[in-house]
Design a protein around this ligand. Structure first.
Ligand code: AHG
Ligand code: MN
Ligand code: MN
Length: 339
């Protein structure tokens, strides 16, 4: 039975206390992220009321048009991170380069900031104006350099080196999901007290899927294996409960969250126009892959484990197949037979 009053901060502090060598920096850092997301949540909820919707006219590093809420979410997260004093660099989908942060000077000495954070400040931003769920995705690594402002090698680590990852969905309620490598835990924001309260501990994803999430509008651009797999999902077969239901929101966090709770597979494959798919390894694929594995699921680029990919650049894209383990294994088989 989950206690009604386990706050996010209490949960992470209790987790960290199990490790005597822990300094508390990670708990404080995660609390800072939660604070930033509460501020973003407020603004997302007010977005229809104030003149914040619409384009700023600028383009982000991905060559997409930036909307005001993306800019706002990015500013909140980067500012909170700079002030918090636990990270030596922040990397964001909305920033071309990482932002290095120097060690903090307190009590007459420099204290080394141990961590790096990666953010997709606002995921699903094409849905902002139509009241569909959007979210923030975050990921934390330990620095590999020893001190001072972070360097590119701190920022470009394989996903297996994440020490924490999570996301916040701004939906019918605001929900925070996180892992520090010891299970996946879900919190719901109680707006009356302004706290994320524990709603589900040690979530596991069903092994088999009942739904699939993919932008089927791209069907004609897919490989033969991908086409065959999606056609297979739509065939009638009572033994394997096919056809599966199709559910695609177009906000990765929201599609992922539904599949995490009910079982399902999310796919954003490579196609003949985008040979590396659309989604970003560091900001989207790695954090969700860490979470899905912690929940007993699986994540792949169609050929290998996402968390084992050696990143070459901050904004690198990757095909993504993520969710119930049986389904991810099956799509890998379909794709390999296509070769
Ligand atoms: P972002 O808003 O951070 O750029 O991410 C958008 C992503 C993701 O949330 C979603 O799954 C995908 O784009 C949808 O892409 P399509 O519109 O091509 O289906
Ligand atoms: Mn995104
Ligand atoms: Mn985004």
């Amino acid at each position: 039975m989950v206690s009604r009053f386990t706050t996010f901060y209490r949960h992470i502090v209790e987790e960290e206390r199990k490790y005597p060598e822990a300094t508390g920096q990670l708990s404080d850092l995660l609390a800072d992220i939660a604070l930033a997301c509460k501020v973003i949540s407020l603004e997302v909820n007010r977005a229809g009321l104030i003149d914040i919707l619409g384009f700023t006219g600028e383009e982000n590093i991905q060559g997409e048009q930036v909307k005001k809420l993306d800019v706002y979410a990015n500013d909140v997260l980067t500012n909170v991170m700079k002030q918090g004093g636990h990270i030596c660099a922040v990397c964001s989908e909305e920033e071309e380069n990482f932002i290095p942060i120097d060690d903090k000077f307190t009590e007459n000495k420099y204290v080394t900031n141990k961590y790096i954070c990666h953010f997709d400040p606002l995921d699903g931003s094409s849905n902002i104006e139509v009241n569909v769920s959007i979210g923030t995705i975050f990921s934390v690594y330990k620095r590999v350099t020893s001190s001072g402002p972070g360097a590119l090698e701190d920022c470009l680590q394989k996903g297996i080196h994440q020490v924490a990852a999570g996301y916040v969905i701004y939906g019918s309620s605001t929900v925070l999901v996180y892992t520090t490598g010891k299970g996946v835990h879900v919190f719901t924001l109680d707006p009356s007290v302004g706290e994320f309260l524990l709603s589900n501990e040690n979530v596991t994803i069903p092994k088999k899927a009942k739904t699939f999430s993919v932008n089927e509008g791209n069907f004609c651009k897919w490989s033969g294996g991908m086409k065959k797999y999606v056609s297979y999902l739509k065939e009638i077969d009572s033994e394997t409960s096919r056809p599966y239901s199709s559910r695609y929101i177009g906000s990765l966090v929201a599609d992922f969250h539904r599949n995490l709770l009910y079982g399902g597979i999310f796919m954003y494959p490579a196609d003949n126009k985008n040979i590396n798919g659309k989604l970003r390894l560091m900001y989207e694929a790695n954090p969700l892959s860490f979470i899905v594995e912690q929940a007993g699921g699986k994540s792949s680029d169609g050929n290998k484990r996402i968390l084992d990919i050696e990143p070459k650049s901050l904004h690198q894209r990757t095909p993504l197949f993520i969710g119930s383990s049986d389904e991810v294994t099956l799509i890998e088989k379909y794709l390999s037979e296509d070769l």
